[in-house]
Design a protein around this ligand. Structure first.
Ligand SMILES: *[C@@H]1O[C@H](CO)[C@@H](O)[C@H](O)[C@H]1NC(C)=O
Ligand SMILES: *[C@@H]1O[C@H](CO)[C@@H](O)[C@H](O)[C@H]1NC(C)=O
Ligand SMILES: *[C@@H]1O[C@H](CO)[C@@H](O)[C@H](O)[C@H]1NC(C)=O
Ligand SMILES: *[C@@H]1O[C@H](CO)[C@@H](O)[C@H](O)[C@H]1NC(C)=O
Ligand SMILES: *[C@@H]1O[C@H](CO)[C@@H](O)[C@H](O)[C@H]1NC(C)=O
Ligand SMILES: *[C@@H]1O[C@H](CO)[C@@H](O)[C@H](O)[C@H]1NC(C)=O
Ligand SMILES: *[C@@H]1O[C@H](CO)[C@@H](O)[C@H](O)[C@H]1NC(C)=O
Length: 263
């Protein structure tokens, strides 16, 4: 990209020579009776150069595609999506190369295996690999290449315990009385930490946490009667294990205050 260079055209016979850059006639200098030279300065886009003899149908030409060699991939991170899910690695590619560039995620196992990347959004790519058997320590890196060069990221080492992110909680129902709500998860077996947050009338957030919840429901107390709440719930497999899940949102409405009549 941005290169300056010379293009030579050597003709089979003497003729009236015509040179074009993208169909625009180009100035050239004559080397001898059958060869010309032209200089190209700061080429920044795909360009077609063509040479032909006047009145001859057959041109000769070349397309030049300017680009860059790939940058070193960086910010490689991996997350295991669910306790038994695949590992999703994402990274940034650096500058735009303007030419076809491929990236592969390499995973060191018994043998290194590579996985083709997909574009996530501008400058970010990802690749997914399935976790098999008992392996829990991994070394991964990115190899990226195009016709102008190649680059490797640094090696990223992790264990599944560090990167496991449970799927967000599935709440089957919310039961409320006037002052509290109970949230029923579909399955809380393998998660150890739970966080529930909600916004109160004053607009401030309250957070309730639970440790080791082999509970069939979680109770949120000290709510106001006859009020609508949007609860947000997330969980984590262990105190020091893995990452928080995404938040799950679920709504609850508290009852009106019950009037106690003393007869
Ligand atoms: C080609 O060369 C002629 C004479 O040197 C000059 O007048 C003209 O501007 C040049 N054309 C281009 C496109 O550079
Ligand atoms: C003209 O120059 C070209 C390039 O240097 C060379 O290959 C060719 O043989 C020359 N032709 C003649 C007739 O001198
Ligand atoms: C090359 O061309 C690009 C785009 O036309 C321009 O931005 C850049 O300044 C030029 N560079 C040089 C060294 O002329
Ligand atoms: C990418 O990594 C650099 C340093 O390695 C860091 O400063 C930056 O915040 C990271 N960017 C993102 C979007 O993670
Ligand atoms: C991997 O993670 C990225 C970034 O969060 C996401 O955009 C992409 O869809 C994920 N890939 C798969 C196959 O889930
Ligand atoms: C980059 O990674 C590829 C694929 O794993 C490997 O074959 C190559 O030797 C690496 N190159 C460098 C310079 O580390
Ligand atoms: C959970 O346990 C950890 C360590 O024992 C403690 O630091 C934390 O405060 C506990 N959280 C709750 C909500 O009980």
């Amino acid at each position: 990209m941005g290169s300056s260079f010379h293009i030579y055209c050597i003709f089979k016979k003497e003729c009236n020579r015509l040179i074009y850059q993208d169909e625009v006639s180009l100035n050239y200098s004559s080397l001898n009776s059958t060869a010309v030279i032209m200089s190209v300065v700061n080429l920044t886009r795909t360009t077609t150069f063509t040479c032909k003899c006047q009145n001859e149908p057959e041109p000769c030409g070349t397309d030049i595609v300017p680009g860059y060699q790939p940058a070193v991939p960086h910010n490689l991170t991996c997350i295991q999506e669910g306790e038994f899910g695949s590992v999703n690695c994402t990274w940034k590619t650096g500058w735009e190369t303007h030419v076809k560039t491929t990236s592969h995620l390499w995973v060191q196992g018994a043998l290194p295996v590579s996985y083709e990347s997909v574009a996530v959004h501008d400058g970010t790519r990802s690749a997914l690999f399935a976790v098999s058997g008992t392996q829990s320590n991994f070394s991964v890196w990115i190899h990226t290449s195009n016709s102008l060069g190649s680059a490797n990221s640094t090696v990223h080492n992790f264990t599944l315990n560090e990167i496991v992110k449970p799927l967000s909680p599935n709440i089957s129902k919310v039961e409320c009385s006037s002052r509290q709500c109970q949230l029923y998860p579909v399955n809380s077996q393998s998660t150890e930490l739970v966080e529930i947050r909600y916004e109160d009338k004053q607009g401030s957030w309250n957070t309730v946490s639970y440790n080791n919840t082999n509970l069939t429901s979680w109770t949120v107390r000290s709510l106001n009667p006859y009020n609508q709440y949007m609860f947000e719930v997330r969980w984590k497999l262990g105190l020091t294990r893995g990452l928080w899940s995404e938040w799950t949102q679920i709504e609850g409405v508290t009852d009106e205050e019950v009037e106690i009549t003393v007869g």
